[in-house]
Design a binder for this molecule. Structure first.
Ligand code: HEC
Length: 203
């Protein structure tokens, strides 16, 4: 059985608060049988969040350095080859980390059904003017946490608009490597996709 929960940032806060304010709470019959406790959920989200922070910091530092050295053209191929090894550095046998998006550049990052459901919920929330928060679901032996990725100014050189942000020379490299690229025409602040951390849980 599979449970999919999507929280807004406010949702998470109130979940954690409601947990601490009701210590004597007995089993909540409304929860599905094998749903994780609120505390477990908060724990996994916290773990995922720190992994994502470390990985993102490393990725963006590396990107910035490459852009400074040789501009976006030099950084594009680097991104392609280094993104996976960099994220893999922080993986161990119990955790797997990846990025995905509804408008992906690398087809290897295209979302699976569960990821897609969460990305679509986020996009709806975002389009309605809300800030989407963490996505959370479980399936057999695994706990999944997703966190939205928003577009920053430094991302525009490779994910922005063709007229304004992406230079012809950069576009040529992107097109040569990613013939099916959808990850362009974003604006600063846009929802770009999400991190997905999978925990392999042992009984
Ligand atoms: C120098 C160009 C460049 C810059 C700058 C850049 N990206 Fe990317 N981005 C890429 C390339 C190339 C890929 C495909 C990587 C791969 O093959 O997995 C990618 C992939 C991604 C993906 C994975 C999903 C997909 O589309 O395949 C996300 C999410 C993403 N970028 C977000 C960002 C964000 C957020 C920033 C700014 C902090 C950023 N990128 C800056 C070039 C860039």
């Amino acid at each position: 059985m599979k449970h999919i929960l999507v929280f807004t940032l406010i949702g998470i806060t109130s979940l954690v608060l409601s947990c601490t304010s009701s210590e004597n709470k007995t089993d909540d019959q409304s929860l599905p049988e094998n749903a994780l406790s609120v505390l477990d959920t908060a724990h996994y989200i916290q773990q995922a969040d720190s992994l994502i922070t470390i990985t993102f910091d490393t990725l963006s530092k590396t990107l910035k350095a490459k852009m400074n050295e040789g501009g976006p053209v030099a950084a594009v191929p680097f991104c392609r080859e280094q993104a996976y090894p960099l994220t893999a550095t922080y993986q161990n046998e119990f955790v797997f980390l990846r990025r995905t998006s509804l408008k992906f550049r690398n087809p290897g990052n295209s979302p699976g059904d569960d990821e897609k459901a969460i990305l679509e919920d986020w996009q709806k929330a975002f389009d309605a003017g809300n800030t989407p928060g963490y996505g959370f679901y479980t399936d057999e032996g695994r706990v999944h946490v997703m966190k939205p990725i928003f577009l920053k100014e430094m991302c525009l050189a490779c994910h922005g608009t063709l007229e304004k942000d992406i230079k012809t020379s950069t576009l040529a490299v992107i097109d040569s490597l990613y013939s099916l690229d959808k990850a362009r025409n974003y604006k600063e602040g846009d929802l770009r996709g999400g991190w997905h951390v999978t925990f392999f849980v042992q009984d």
